[in-house]
Design a protein around this ligand. Sequence first.
Ligand code: UDP
Length: 327
Amino acid sequence: MTNILVTGGAGYIGAHACKALRDAGFTPVAFDNLATGWAEAVRFGPFVQGDLLNPSDIAAAFERFRPAAVMHFAALSLVGESMSDPGQYWRANVNGALNLIEAALAAGCTNVVFSSTCAVYGEHGGGALDETTARNPINAYGASKRAIEDMLRDFDAAHGLRHVIFRYFNVAGADPQAEVGERHEPETHLIPLVLEAAAGRRPAITVFGTDYPTPDGTCIRDYVHVCDLVDAHVLGLKWLLDGGESQVFNLGTGHGYSVREVIDAAREVTGQDIPVIEAPRRAGDATRLVSGGERAARVLGWRPSRSSLPAMIGDAWRWHRKMARIV
Ligand code: UDP
């Protein structure tokens, strides 16, 4: 069996990636410091509790498991928090990635699948964003991811570190079997918060900004199902293992939905009333982030199949109700 080191393997996307890797015949080795991840989410392969800011933890994982590639998910990823505490983002994300890359190269591992973000693009007047769009992040989270993209490029040029960069749009949904799902403490993301309001676990959903230049005044985002997203990662991994060159891919569907449209879809799926509180804009939020790229379809043959709003919200709702029974 081929081992793949999955940093952040106890987190939301990392845990789904571990399941997809296991299903594709790989052994996912989850590496996580459990700062934001959950040990219970590691179900599909071995677990290493370690920290990317501690190089000896990473070296030990490479020594023990000799992975053929790394999938690098571990990161701080909250736009709002990155604006109020940028130092934490630069330290954890950029220093952590540098330690990981150096440890991989020292162990002779030259294949990296990296989790980047559409936040690297910033504001582009609402136009479609493809992989060639200039990167002008407007928050520290996006800036830290841009720095890591540049780091990968430089290490490729100097040391042959082949990599696939995936720029995610808004990841949503959960494993349809509800073995794993989205679990953040505290929760800040729109869809899980809307579902908590639907379940009566919070009084209302707060809408951040109703004066954006969009048809209903709220921000527009391109939501992609986490299972579709991790399927792309398995395709990207195989691309590298088959000798493909370094590449950047957007992962989005090309369809944008406003915050109000998401809330309306959640009302439909759950059959619940969801009260709304209108609030000012949240710092660092771009008006519209929608993928215009088709490269993942063309090069990797990626076809998202569960990324409709009802499917994403329905899968997230099933997971949410399961968690509500357990926690
Ligand atoms: N949002 C909102 N209320 C919330 C959380 C998010 O109105 O309680 C909005 C947010 O301003 C953004 C969209 O929902 O326009 C998606 O935010 P999320 O935090 O889910 O993901 P992000 O786009 O920051 O990665």
